[in-house]
Structures are given as C-alpha cells and as structure tokens.
Design a protein around this ligand. Structure first.
Ligand SMILES: [Mn+2]
Length: 354
C-alpha cells in the first residue's frame, strides 16, 4: 500500500508540495493537468514538467486523477472515435513518464453532487453534505449554487465552460439510458484496454457519486453487480476500479467491506479513495472525519478488507474538512487530509503487525 495525496498543480492548488511531503508516510501525488479540456491529448512536455516538479519535492507521480471522458464518448456520438484516439495517445504519453494508474468516471454531466459545500459541524469545522431535499430543483440552480459556494476554486468535474451549457448537455443525453450508457462504456473500454495492457497502465473507474440516479440521469457504477459487469466486459487486470468508500457507501444498501474484499481479491483495485461518511437520515449524509467513531463506516474493517486480501495499490485520504481556519477548495484542504492519512497509516501499521 502506498499513501498518496491529490494535488491540482501549482497554478490551481495553494498547498505547496513541500507541505504535502511533511505529512509522515506520504509517498506520492495523485496528479492532473487540470486545464486540459476533456477530449484533448495530454502533451508530453506538460506531463514531464509535472513529474519533475513532484519528484523535486521528494514525492512520486504514479496516479492520475482524472483523465476526463469527453461527453461524445459517453453519449455515443460518431465523433467519439476521434476522442478515443486522443485518449489512447494520452495513455501512451502518461505511460512514458511512469504513470501506472488512471482514475476516471463515466457519469453524465455531473462528476459528483453535494448539496452543501459549507456544512458546519458542532465543533465548528466545515464539510460537505448531501441531502436529497436539496436537489429538488433545476440542475441549472445546482450549478449556480455550487459555483457560488466554491470559494473561487474550480471544482473537479465542474468546469464552468462546460456547465454553462447544462441545458444543452441534458438535451444531448436525453436518449441515453442505463443500457445505452453501458454500451458506450463497453465500446470505450474495448478500444483502450489493449493499449493499457501494452504500455502497463491500469484504468480505474470511480463509482458514481451518489450511486443512484438523480435528475433522471443514467447511472451504471452504483453497486457490486455494476462493478462486476465492468470488470467482466473487458476482462483484464488493466481494467480496474478506484474504490471510493464514501461514494459506494452513499447507498446504505451497498456493503462496502464485502465489495472491497471481493475486488481486492480479484486484483481489480489499483487505487482507493478512503473516506468516512455519517448518515443523517436515509441516504442523506455528511462527509465526516476519517475516524471510525466520527462516521458511519468502520475504517478498521475497511482497511482490513483490503489488507487481508492482498491490496498492493495506492490509496489516498479522500476529502477532508476545513479546520484550524484553513480556507480553500472544498474537500481539499491540507490539515484534515493530513490527519486522515496519518490515521489510515496507523491502522495499516497495526494490520501489518498483527
Ligand atoms: Mn472518491
């Protein structure tokens, strides 16, 4: 297991790499070229510069999150083939610089949804929450609210240029149901996985967040059976999962421990997002501190499911709260993610020594 930390690049992230490196046990950065639009090829020069910058700070760059999928691929338009060719070239370029894992998702329009980016906990810390009643409005309104409350930061998957077209996007997806979206994912995977095998990259799909339909949009990465279907449709170790404990657990029907155990054993989890959530009622929840006692998930059980089944990939503390007066991109401050990483490393050490 190797501990990593998501970082958006020095132009887009105010946390210096030197501070990330000071987190005990922190080995690597989960990096991105945040300003490359979905569908474009990631240039070698920029990948090389990113890698050199991270390595100069004493960290490694083995995981990319995310190389976003162009909407034409998800919708299944004839123009998808051009974007798939670009994606293959990006895979080859990343492999050339030692990247091992590419995280991505296959959600229409929204990469993730929370209804409150500034949910205040009793101790005064600030986190994100999702309450079903909060999305009982037009998608345009959600886009506006998220933009207004993102503290001036562009949020991953919420590129303003793209979401300015949210009405048009809904129109473009109107004939895409679950079955069609599944066909389009299969088409994409069958095209790119042979390239991944050739260059030694593992694709790792992130579960839908939340893992059920909202705004009537199709959803195909929701539960154990969906993950099994994905692993089977392109049956290769290069076709894997970014197991996000928070996202999977947002549907309380999902048994996150069993899912972790099964797909770790099957060798299909090269990368995991480990975070805790606390159910408020039904499926409503807030993102709690990582500690088991603070949330609804048992983090010891989470890591044990991975450890005991031979997990040897990368993990990162997923989101963190804003604490100690820190401000920044919601979910992506330094302090609480550092605490989360230390806690997870402590649990892992205990599992190793047991
Ligand atoms: Mn996640």
């Amino acid at each position: 297991m190797e501990m990593t930390f998501r970082w958006y690049g020095k132009e887009f992230d105010k946390i210096p790499l030197e501070h990330v490196r000071q987190i005990p046990g922190m080995k690597g950065i989960v990096g991105t070229l945040f300003d490359i639009p979905a569908g474009e090829v990631w240039p070698k020069a920029q990948i090389k510069a990113l890698k050199e910058e991270i390595e100069a700070a004493g960290l490694t760059l083995k995981v990319i999150e995310s190389v976003n999928i162009h909407d034409d691929i998800k919708i299944g338009l004839p123009s998808r083939d051009r974007y798939i060719e670009n994606y293959k070239e990006t895979i080859r370029n990343l492999a050339e610089y030692g990247i091992e894992v590419i995280c991505y998702n296959f959600m229409p329009i929204f990469d993730w949804i929370k209804t409150d980016l500034h949910y205040v906990l009793p101790d005064g810390s600030v986190t994100m929450s999702f309450e079903r009643a909060g999305i009982d409005k037009a998608p345009q309104e959600i886009v506006k609210e998220v933009e207004e409350s993102s503290s001036g930061y562009v949020l991953p998957g919420w590129e303003p240029e793209r979401l300015a077209q949210v009405k048009e996007l809904f129109e473009a997806y109107k004939d895409v149901d679950d079955e069609k979206l599944r066909e389009n994912l299969a088409y994409f995977l069958k095209a790119i996985i042979p390239v991944c095998e050739e260059v030694g990259i593992k694709m790792a799909i992130h579960p839908d967040d939340p893992p059920y339909s909202i705004f009537n949009l199709p959803r195909i990465v929701k539960n154990r059976d969906d993950l099994d279907w994905i692993c089977t449709v392109a049956d290769s170790p290069s076709n894997g999962i970014t197991l996000c404990t928070g996202s999977i657990a947002e549907d309380p029907e999902n048994n996150v421990y069993d899912i972790l155990a099964e797909f770790t054993k099957r060798g299909r989890i090269p990368f995991a997002h480990i975070r805790n959530i606390k159910y408020i009622k039904d499926k409503d929840f807030y993102e709690s501190p990582h500690l088991s006692s603070e949330g609804s998930l048992d983090m010891h059980k989470v890591l044990k499911a991975m450890h005991d089944n031979g997990f040897d990939g990368y993990i990162r503390p997923d989101h963190g709260r804003m604490i100690w007066g820190e401000t920044g991109r919601p979910g992506y401050g330094l302090y609480d993610r550092a605490i989360g990483a230390s806690y997870l490393l402590g649990l892992w050490e205990a599992l190793e020594k047991e």
